[in-house]
Design a protein around this ligand. Structure first.
Ligand SMILES: [Zn+2]
Length: 59
């Protein structure tokens, strides 16, 4: 889990893992960056590659 999530951009849609080709979308996880701010990390359910679409949520 020390590997930095790979940056990913979303075109028309995003449901295929660029690493392994899994086609059914991603799990999501949340990494707290500040007291009321988390970053969303996408995780491939098949190969467990982690991707960072640069989404931030206030929670
Ligand atoms: Zn994958």
């Amino acid at each position: 889990m020390s590997k930095k999530p790979e940056q990913i951009t979303i075109g028309e849609e995003l449901h295929i893992c660029p690493d392994c080709g899994y086609e059914d979308g991603f799990h999501t996880s949340y990494v707290r960056q500040a007291k009321e701010q988390c970053k969303i990390i996408l995780i491939c359910p098949s190969c467990h590659a982690r991707f960072d679409p640069d989404w931030v949520v206030c929670v």
